[in-house]
Design a protein around this ligand. Structure first.
Ligand code: SAM
Length: 366
């Protein structure tokens, strides 16, 4: 295989958040040489965990040349740009409620494309929610891929589930991997899945998906409102009496609000006909990957976020483990804030495994 990617492999992480993707890239052997995010808290969390201070700014206005200058880089110093323009504009929630007035749906994709044009890396990795592939017939994803093609990049693009790559969480994301200057001579492929659910697929060559049990069972048990004195962010939310009564009655290991007697149903759930809100107040299953970790991942009212057997929502540390952050990666002590950055991150191991494959297939670090 020809070496498309240059061996030095320096990366700029645009929309870097707290640094999930950056950490995955580092663990895959890359060097993060620049990062940008608009959120001041994200820009504080990032350098507590990674050896770089992001530029705190709006990528609609921070130009590629400013990023290069800020970090003392020249264009050819950068091999790789990673970008995760925020998903909110394409989430199903926003789609049903409509976007706020003046919110330009493709503004951040366009900003990302401009920054790529200015920095001109050899390789670009783009991550987004699956909604970008379906909203308005997929025109936003098409626009992205078409513009990349016009700029001289060939791309491979697919919706992947992080659980199929060893992450203990079902999390589907659009991944586009683009390489400049191959002129279609090199067929780009997505990494084949390495893991599968043994219950549904009998594919002997794959490992079984990593489960909730393997991921969090070793953490010290906690009562609601209690925190562990050693493990950062292992702190359980307090629940109201009503919520606690619901939680206690949800069957262990995969039960949900639908298993509750009607007496315990919340008024809003009584109004739901033909199902709906299936997962809220649900417990995780011990022997499956977790559901998608969101920015409200420790709130039982927001999804299947109750511990499989303890009577509480999961802690930010448990959520961070489902996102494959190491325990030494720290988040704000305030739970809602920690949830936000954990839920918005790209799973560390997902990026690490994807990038390792791309490096092995399309060029080496050596
Ligand atoms: C999906 S999160 C990225 C997560 C990150 N890649 C990680 O793995 O931790 C999207 C990020 O885009 C940032 N963002 C939103 N609008 C922005 C803008 N106009 N300029 C720069 N960053 C922006 C948000 O603050 C958020 O941290």
């Amino acid at each position: 295989m020809s070496k498309i990617i240059s061996p030095c492999y320096n990366v700029i992480d645009l929309f870097c958040g707290c640094g999930g993707a950056s950490l995955g890239l580092e663990l895959a052997g890359c060097r993060i040489v620049g990062a940008v995010d608009i959120d001041s808290t994200a820009c504080k969390i990032y350098p507590e965990n990674l050896d770089l201070k992001p530029i705190c700014g709006d990528l609609k206005h921070v130009k590629g040349s400013e990023i290069l200058k800020h970090y003392g880089l020249k264009k050819h110093d950068v091999d790789f740009v990673v970008g995760c323009p925020p998903c909110q504009s394409f989430s199903s929630l926003r789609r049903t409620r409509g976007l706020p007035k003046g919110d330009d749906k493709d503004a951040l994709i366009v900003a990302f494309l401009k920054r790529v044009r200015e920095i001109r890396p050899k390789v670009v990795l783009f991550e987004n929610v699956p909604g970008i592939a379906t909203l308005e017939g997929g025109r936003y994803l098409d626009l992205y891929l078409k513009r990349m093609h016009e700029m001289g990049y060939e791309s491979v693009c697919k919706i992947l589930d992080a659980a199929d790559y060893g992450v203990p969480q079902h999390r589907k994301r659009v991944i586009a991997f683009s390489v400049e200057g191959t002129n279609g001579k090199e067929e780009l492929l997505m990494p084949p899945p390495t893991h599968s659910d043994p219950k549904f697929v009998d594919e002997g060559d794959k490992l079984p998906c990593v489960t909730v049990r393997e991921t969090i069972a070793d953490l010290p048990p906690l009562e609601p409102g209690e925190r562990d004195s050693v493990i950062p962010n292992h702190k359980a939310r307090k629940h109201t009496q009503k919520v606690l009564e619901i939680i206690k009655n949800v069957p262990k290991d995969g039960g949900s609000r639908k298993d509750l007697s009607r007496r315990l149903w919340l008024r809003c759930h009584r109004k739901l006909r033909n199902g709906g809100a299936e997962n809220v107040y649900g417990r995780m299953w011990w022997n499956q990957p977790s559901p998608t970790i969101t920015s409200r991942c420790t709130c039982p009212s927001s999804g299947r976020f109750i511990h499989p057997e303890q009577d509480r929502g999961i802690t930010p540390r448990e959520a961070a483990r489902f996102q494959t952050f190491p325990d030494h990666f720290v988040f704000p002590t305030e739970t809602a804030s920690a949830d936000r950055y954990i839920g918005n991150a790209v799973p560390v191991l997902f990026i690490q495994n994807l990038v390792r494959y791309f490096v092995e297939e399309y060029g080496h670090l050596s």
